[in-house]
Design a protein around this ligand. Sequence first.
Ligand SMILES: C[S@@+](CC[C@H](N)C(=O)[O-])C[C@H]1O[C@@H](n2cnc3c(N)ncnc32)[C@H](O)[C@@H]1O
Length: 123
Amino acid sequence: MHPPYYDIIKFSEDKSDLSNATNVEEFLLKFGAIVEKATPFLEEGRYLVLVIGDKYSSGEWIPLGFYCMNEVLKRGYVFKKHRRKNFEETRGKRNQKRTLAVSCARRRIYVFKHEYVMLFKKT
Ligand SMILES: C[S@@+](CC[C@H](N)C(=O)[O-])C[C@H]1O[C@@H](n2cnc3c(N)ncnc32)[C@H](O)[C@@H]1O
């Protein structure tokens, strides 16, 4: 699963698109519902992988990654491991390193450069 990181990028006008959730609570409710829908299609002992980043807004770090981890854990999975991925070095973002730093400095916001890859096993 690679859901929107709440409203960081708006992906569509569709109301059911997680990037259009009106607040973090609604985002997590909808994310949890999607995990619940997907779970019956995964055999026991198989893995669910979640790629998700956090959000920084109005001087507050919003730990979306950990909130989403919790939503998965409520639904019959055990947590196996996670990796923190620095997206500055990924193919899609590596040319944006300086642009990102300048944009964040101008707006006086924290330079955000990581996301999590989380691995869960269905029990
Ligand atoms: C971070 S992007 C992941 C893109 C994906 N990894 C790919 O390569 O196409 C999140 C995607 O999830 C979609 N999405 C958001 N809410 C959804 C929902 N309720 N059901 C299915 N897809 C949804 C968004 O529109 C967006 O395309």
